[in-house]
Ligand binder design. Structure first.
Ligand SMILES: *[C@@H]1O[C@H](CO)[C@@H](O)[C@H](O)[C@H]1NC(C)=O
Length: 314
């Protein structure tokens, strides 16, 4: 589902909702995509229990090279940390609960990042590499009940995106591949009037006409942008929480109607759409050569919010 007809909306109003929120990450976890600090490329290339080693990467790249697309961000550089990802070992934890011993990782794309889910479906219009959660098979409990998905994203100044293009950084793709129930985008949105492409825009279901802009914020460099998205798969609603670096998350929206039905898989990475692709941007989108771009991720996990539990900080 890539005939995106998004339009730009003004920012939703800033509302702090009264709900059951907890100060530390103590809700039941559905999955944990925080990367243990001893992971390396080889770990990621094998069954590792955190991410699926087979998806989504360019199929022309042999297996052993696939995860050169995913680079550890080395600890100890004094950079920012996402709210839920602690740079292990070298940065003193603020308190013992804080040191969860996980590291941010970077997902990069190159000219070779052409995904081919089958021999007759070579996605030449895209450059993409995404992390999928090992347990998230499309029909598992991560897309039932009420769940809160957490993730943090940061720019890599040495591998900037090209904001002439549209990018999908995080999205839920329905199990029949017919829609994205929500999607975090940046860059120039195809089919829309993008006021400032250097913006993180979180859209609701892209089959809505037009898709709702649930939340938008400048994609400031050198800070982690922390998101929590509460998805009610029964009531079909979405609520967005956001903060930067180590600040606690703050509700940015009310509980908004948004069709999150259809289960599916969460994607975390860089999906760069081509230009002038017409009706088939998956195959016909034009991509420049010499791509070396990346986004840093941290703090990916999902918790069970069926009883109203949402973690605002570690
Ligand atoms: C950005 O992308 C456009 C369109 O693909 C291309 O013409 C341009 O050269 C790119 N800019 C940079 C700095 O790579």
């Amino acid at each position: 589902m890539y005939s995106i007809m998004a339009s730009y909306h003004s920012l939703v109003s800033f509302l702090v909702m009264a709900t059951t929120l907890v100060a530390s990450q103590q809700c039941d976890l559905q999955f944990d995509g925080r990367v243990p600090s001893d992971f390396n490329a080889a770990t990621l290339n094998t069954d590792n229990g955190v991410f699926d080693p087979n998806n989504v990467f360019g199929q022309e790249v042999v297996r052993v090279k696939i995860f050169t697309n995913v680079n550890r961000v080395e600890p100890g550089l004094g950079g920012p940390t996402s709210r839920f990802t602690i740079i292990a070992r070298t940065q003193p934890p603020l308190d013992t609960d804080f040191d969860v011993g996980t590291i941010p990782i970077e997902v990069t794309i190159s000219d070779d990042s052409i995904f081919a889910p089958s021999a007759d479906n070579v996605q030449t219009g895209f450059r993409r590499a995404e992390l999928l959660i090992a347990s998230n098979d499309g029909t598992d409990a991560s897309t039932t009940g009420v769940k809160t998905l957490h993730f943090s994203v940061m720019k890599d100044a040495s591998r900037p995106l090209n904001l002439t293009h549209e990018y999908q950084l995080v999205f839920l793709e329905s199990n029949d591949f017919s829609t994205n129930q929500f999607v975090l985008k940046t860059g120039t949105i195809l089919g829309a009037d993008t006021a400032d492409p250097d913006t993180l825009q979180l859209f609701g279901n892209v089959n809505a006409n037009p898709p709702q802009t649930l939340f938008a914020t400048p994609f400031t460099e050198d800070v982690f942008h922390n998101f929590a998205v509460t998805l009610d798969f029964d009531a079909l609603t979405t609520q967005v929480f956001y903060s930067q670096d180590n600040d606690a998350l703050v509700a940015q929206t009310e509980t908004l109607a948004n069709d999150v039905s259809g289960q599916g898989q969460f994607h975390f990475g860089v999906l760069k759409k081509g230009l002038n692709g017409g009706d088939d941007i998956v195959k016909n989108g034009e991509q420049e050569q010499g791509i070396d771009e990346g986004i840093i991720f941290g703090g990916i996990f999902e918790e069970d919010s069926s009883s109203g539990c949402i973690s605002l900080s570690v």
